[in-house]
Design a protein around this ligand. Structure first.
Ligand code: PGA
Length: 258
């Protein structure tokens, strides 16, 4: 069984002081929960301070974006090399970056290649828009996103995928557990075709989009879903900790049953 991952995407929220307060509140509670990988992704500016606060803890650190060049005259950008010194994970291709910052499939692909080369674990976000979902094009869209994002990736070691239907992000309108499970099963199948069954079986695929403590159980009970990328609910310590705790309990029950 794959170890579930609950990742918190803090987006453009929290000052450095707020971030360190939030981590100080979460850390002791998260450290008590086993069998789940807990990842928090604060804004760039807080990464170094948060890294210090989670030293010796089971909480892991991720960034929300990365540039694809190693260094140079790219004012305002952060390179994979810089991130590798402070964190283990990096979210790539989030729909907000595609929508507001014109990130193309080609850029996402370059970022994935650069992150993997540097040893960062990318959390690649894919997902369809509402109109694409309504036109029954979900599988076509995620297939195309996988193909373009992973072009030239021979072996996706360390890669994590987050299936985030765009209509479910920040809207309070989550997909159903079955809907998410079906698409994530489809994505696992595509990975098996692109690479191998073995690779597909080892690759964690998360669901993201309006996950809360109230609906987390529905997702975590699904066999294809390996965890969640949580936005809004990751900014409240008790809510995020509850999601991690529920995930751990459900996994424990499932492994007892099997
Ligand atoms: P949300 O965001 O949980 O606030 O819907 C999820 C995400 O964008 O990763």
């Amino acid at each position: 069984m794959r170890v579930p991952i609950i990742a918190g995407n803090w987006k453009m929220n929290t000052t450095v002081r707020e971030a360190t307060n939030l981590v100080s509140e979460m850390r002791p509670l998260l450290d008590q929960i086993e069998n789940v990988d807990k990842v928090i992704c604060p804004p760039f500016i807080s990464l170094a301070a948060v890294k210090e606060l989670i030293r010796g803890s089971s909480v892991k650190l991720g960034a929300q974006n990365v540039y694809f060049e190693e260094k140079g005259a790219y004012t305002g950008e952060i390179s994979p090399l810089m991130l590798a010194e402070v964190c283990e994970f990096v979210i790539i291709g989030h729909s907000e970056r595609r929508q507001y910052f014109n990130e193309t499939g080609e850029m996402v692909n370059k970022k994935i290649l650069a992150a993997l080369k540097t040893g960062l674990k990318p959390i690649l976000c894919i997902g369809e828009r509402l109109e694409e979902n309504e036109a029954d094009r979900t599988e076509e869209i995620v297939t195309e996103q996988l193909r373009s994002s992973l072009a030239g990736v021979d072996y996706p070691s360390g890669l994590i995928i987050a299936y985030e239907p765009i209509w479910a992000i920040g809207t309070g309108k989550a997909a159903t557990g079955e809907q998410a499970n079906e698409t994530i099963g489809f994505i696992h199948g595509k990975i098996a075709k692109l690479y191998s069954d073995e690779i597909a079986q080892a690759l964690p695929i998360l669901y993201g989009g309006s996950v809360t403590a109230a609906n987390a159980t529905e997702f975590m009970q699904q066999p294809e879903i390996d965890g969640a990328l949580v936005g809004g609910a990751s900014l409240k310590a008790t809510e995020f900790v509850s999601i991690v705790k529920l995930t751990s309990q459900i996994r424990a029950n499932l492994s007892e049953e099997s």
